[in-house]
Ligand binder design. Structure first.
Ligand code: SF4
Ligand code: SF4
Length: 421
């Protein structure tokens, strides 16, 4: 079966055509046609802004469900460090990992430890990299897609290291296959995710030929079960290996916390990320060595599949960082050995994927641009989106491309009617 192209899906029957999603979409991928939202697959980067804002639950996430655990002979949980921030202040990471075991995962891995390992590799990568700077974190799959589409010249700035959830999945699948003596494909490695976008990086990975993960289960999907499992929990084994350095990856500036570079910048939230990337493209941030960009507000704790409000979650992460310390528990020598041995190498190149011009013939494209600007001059500039496009400029572009009519503008049509009357 073909894998879904995106991590969100629009449910036509529930859509009332209010246009909230269309106005929020940063890549102008949505139009409202005949009262229903329509997505242009080529333009969607899976940021989930539409999913977050739809007031009618007409957008759903295409993630793995808890019931899918049954499909595997052995299931491994790989929880995002965000999971640790979702419970009451006195619930600790080790208890949460044990609760995951209790609800049916045979093995549970502390992904935060692998984040910590990657922090050490990142330090070495930045120390030995010759540029171009700033190097931009490749952890958020949406940021990688946004850059490939809207800032193709910045693709070369993306960090070329395998992300922690992928390297961890590869390692734990091998380990489990060996200890259970079953083929690796009978094992399901499932990320416990705070956002739908992780699913797109599994179905259509960038920088990898094939993802090492088999799916991503939303935190919100298993939260109730975990709360139940936390009652009367027997704390008989230690599963948490990470210090505060790995746990901090849940929040914006978490990746920076463990590296020794001073000239770093952390930015989160789609609109701020776009503002900062504009600055990078214009050469205004060349003094920055490392730029951490995360599309969700305040970082992964702001993901739309979490249950705790992000301010509370941030407080909890800070508490855990204080409790488990800011000194890495990963051996630097081991991290360096793995780094030099190619453990973090990407398997495939990250390629630019810019939006097509208005026409494949450059001469015609210029003509169409002029035509678009001419149409734009005739439009009222109210950007009301009543035409079904997010703003007047986009409607003008759609008209040039033959995807809309200038008569879609309600103001122009009213004018015409008045004149006729
Ligand atoms: S936000 Fe978008 S998907 Fe949701 S009801 Fe409004 S137009 Fe439809
Ligand atoms: S996920 Fe983001 S890019 Fe895709 S349609 Fe929704 S708002 Fe637009």
């Amino acid at each position: 079966m073909e894998k879904p192209r995106h991590s969100i899906r629009f449910v036509e029957e529930k859509c009332v055509g209010c246009g909230t999603c269309m106005r929020a979409c940063p890549t102008k991928a949505i139009r409202v046609v005949h009262g229903k939202a329509r997505v242009n697959d080529e333009r969607c980067i899976d940021c989930g802004e539409c999913f977050r804002l739809c007031p009618h639950d007409a957008i759903v996430s295409e993630t793995t469900s808890y019931a899918d655990l049954e499909k595997f002979e052995c299931a491994i949980a790989l929880p995002s460090p965000v999971l640790y921030s979702q419970f009451a202040p006195d619930v600790l990471p080790n208890q949460i990992l044990l609760a995951l075991k209790k609800i049916g995962f045979e093995y549970v891995a502390d992904e935060a430890w692998d984040c910590e390992l990657t922090t050490n590799a990142l330090q070495e990568y930045l120390d030995t990299s010759e540029g171009p700077f700033p190097k931009i974190s490749n952890t958020c799959p949406v940021v990688v897609r946004l850059i490939a589409m809207l800032y193709p010249n910045l693709v070369k700035n993306l960090v070329k290291l395998e992300i922690p959830r992928e390297s961890a999945a590869k390692k734990f699948r091998q380990k489990a296959s060996k200890s259970r003596e079953i083929p690796p494909e009978k094992i399901g490695v499932l990320h416990i995710t705070p956002c739908p976008a992780k699913m797109i990086s599994i179905n259509h990975p960038v920088g990898l030929e094939k993802s090492n993960l088999d799916g991503a289960i939303p935190i919100s999907d298993i939260y109730g079960r975990l709360l139940e499992a936390l009652k009367n929990l027997e704390e008989d084994i230690v599963l948490q290996l990470s210090s505060g350095i790995g746990i901090a990856w849940a929040i914006s500036s978490g990746e920076i916390m463990g590296i020794r570079q001073e000239n770093c910048l952390a930015v989160s939230g789609v609109h701020d990320v776009i503002r900062v990337l504009n600055d990078v493209e214009a050469g205004r941030l060349n003094d920055i060595v490392f730029l951490e960009c995360l599309i969700c507000p305040d970082g992964c704790i702001g993901g739309s599949l979490t249950v705790q409000n992000r301010h509370q979650a941030r407080r909890k992460v800070r508490r855990l960082v204080k409790m488990f310390g800011e000194h890495t528990r990963v051996s630097r020598e081991m991290a360096l050995r793995l780094y030099r041995g190619g453990y973090f190498n990407l398997q495939a190149e990250i390629l630019p994927n810019p939006l097509p011009p208005l026409d494949s013939d450059p001469g015609k494209a210029i003509q169409k641009l002029k035509q678009r600007d001419k149409i734009l001059m005739t439009l009222p500039g109210k950007n009301c989106s009543a035409c079904g496009a997010p703003d007047c400029r986009t409607l003008a572009e759609d008209v040039v491309l033959g995807q809309a009519s200038i008569d879609d503008c309600v103001f122009l049509t009213l004018e015409k009617l008045k004149r006729t009357a």
